[in-house]
Every structure is written in structure tokens, then in C-alpha cells.
Design a protein around this ligand. Structure first.
Ligand SMILES: [Zn+2]
Length: 271
């Protein structure tokens, strides 16, 4: 019973974060500084009841209440998948997620930073899927959150974990070398043809949160596998050989899968 309640609660929080993230996409794109969200066509200011994630979109049939123009699918998709990802995070959090009893403050910090990073990833995911580029300021914001997460992780290990050893730093450096390092090299060597400028920056927070060379390798392999599964049929359907690929969404999905499966992966590689 508790699990069902927690799952629903996490889904609701994730849907709100997804909704918030998707709103920011338009604000950043249009340089809009206003606090309240509004319709992109008629500037109708959304009331609180127009802002309930998923439900409002469904009740209005994906249209603006005033001008009845289509809102688009990005909104409901980010709300729905924000909810799904958050509910899955509750179930698949490495080592189990707990907020009661003897919980380390650093573990709580890690979850808070992870939630913040997910919200930023919603922005980057939608932005990259729409315009095949990612806003640099948001990317560096994600890096800042990644650094903070990494700190909290080391502090947790130093206090309640088995302590920090030199190997932990080597693993972290390995992760940075494998993901952002490799992509930065590809970006430089190919002169932005294979890898976009945003992709290697996006790899930084991913490497910092995974913090392990094996996990980074799985994320690298996974994102390329996902990318080819989706983009090869799409490119051949459109008969375009030189299609620009938004790689950010694949990196983000691969990151989540590896993050959730990290205990199994580490067991698999025998460490
Ligand atoms: Zn409107």
C-alpha cells in the first residue's frame, strides 16, 4: 500500500517537474522573462487550472482554452515521461530510496540534486529534439549540479560508506575520460560533424554522477546503440544521408538506464 502511494506521489512530482522543464524550453528559446506561462499564439495567461500536469492538457484536448490553437505534444509528453522517470527512480534508486529512519544527509542531498538534474535534462531533451541544439547556459548549469552531486557522493562515502580511497578518484577520472573526454575529441577531430558542441558538455554531468569508468562505458555504448536504433530507420525513411542528429536525448536516456542498473552492471563486470 505504501509502495503504491509512493509511486503515485513520485509520478505526480515528476509530472510537475516535467511540466516546469518544458515551460522553460519556450522561455529560453524566446528570451521570455515573464513569470506566468501563457499561450504562444494568443498570449492568453494560463490560470492555475490550466496548469495541472497531464489533466489540463487532456481536458482541453491539447488546445488553448481561448484561441483553440494546438498546444503541441511536447508538453504532455514531458509531463507523462517526467512522471514515469520519477516513479521508476523511486523503484530503481541504487541501494533503495529511503527518507525515514537513519538516513544520511548526503544521501538526501544526492536525491535532491538528482531531481534537479532530471528537470534540467527535460529542458535539454525537448530543446535538442526540437532544434537540434542545446542552450549553453543550461548545459553548464547541469555541470554545476553534476559537480555538487559528485561532492555529496564522496562525502556520503567518506562518512557512512566504506571511506574514500584513491581508486574512487581514478574511477571518476576514467568516467570523465571515457564520456566527455572521448566526445570532446570526436567533436574536435570531426570539426563538429560527428558530435555537436553541446554533446560533450552534456557528457560532463553524466560522467560526474555515474562516477565510474565502467558505467561511463555502458552509457557511451548505450547512447550510440539507442541512437542507431532510432536514427538509422528514420534517416533511410527520409532518404537523407546527412541528417543532423539530436544526440542529447539518447545520452539522457542511456544515462538513466545505466544509473538505475548500476548495481547489476557492477556485478556483471565483476567489481
Ligand atoms: Zn491561445
Amino acid at each position: 500500500m505504501l509502495d503504491i502511494c509512493m509511486t503515485l506521489l513520485f509520478f505526480a512530482v515528476g509530472a510537475i517537474l516535467g511540466s516546469f522543464g518544458c515551460c522553460q524550453v519556450w522561455r529560453i528559446r524566446n528570451g521570455d522573462k515573464s513569470k506566468r506561462s501563457h499561450c504562444l499564439h494568443c498570449k492568453y495567461r494560463l490560470k492555475w487550472y490550466d496548469n495541472v500536469p497531464i489533466l489540463s492538457w487532456l481536458l482541453l484536448g491539447g488546445k488553448c482554452r481561448k484561441c483553440h490553437k494546438k498546444i503541441g505534444y511536447a508538453e504532455i509528453l514531458s509531463e507523462f515521461f517526467g512522471g514515469v522517470v520519477f516513479a521508476l527512480s523511486y523503484w530503481l534508486w541504487p541501494g533503495g530510496l529511503s527518507f525515514v529512519g537513519d538516513v544520511s544527509v548526503f544521501a538526501l542531498m544526492k536525491f535532491g540534486l538528482y531531481s534537479l538534474l532530471l528537470t534540467i535534462f527535460v529542458i535539454l531533451f525537448v530543446y535538442d529534439a526540437k532544434w537540434k541544439e542545446m542552450p549553453t547556459s543550461v548545459l553548464w548549469g547541469a555541470c554545476g549540479v553534476g559537480v555538487a552531486y559528485c561532492f555529496a557522493d564522496f562525502l556520503e562515502r567518506a562518512t557512512v560508506g566504506g571511506g574514500v580511497v584513491a581508486g574512487d578518484f581514478i574511477e571518476l577520472l576514467g568516467a570523465i575520460g571515457v564520456l566527455p573526454g572521448f566526445y570532446f575529441l570526436m567533436y574536435r577531430v570531426s570539426d563538429e560533424k560527428w558530435v555537436g558542441g553541446g554533446d560533450w558538455i552534456l557528457c560532463l554531468p553524466i560522467a560526474l554522477v555515474l562516477g565510474n569508468i565502467w558505467l561511463a562505458l555502458f552509457a557511451l555504448f548505450g547512447s550510440n546503440l539507442l541512437g542507431s536504433f532510432v536514427m538509422v530507420p528514420l534517416a533511410s525513411a527520409k532518404k537523407k544521408k546527412k541528417m543532423k542528429i539530436p544526440f542529447g536525448p539518447f545520452l539522457i536516456v542511456a544515462f538513466l538506464l545505466v544509473f538505475w542498473a548500476q548495481d547489476w552492471i557492477m556485478e556483471f563486470v565483476g567489481l
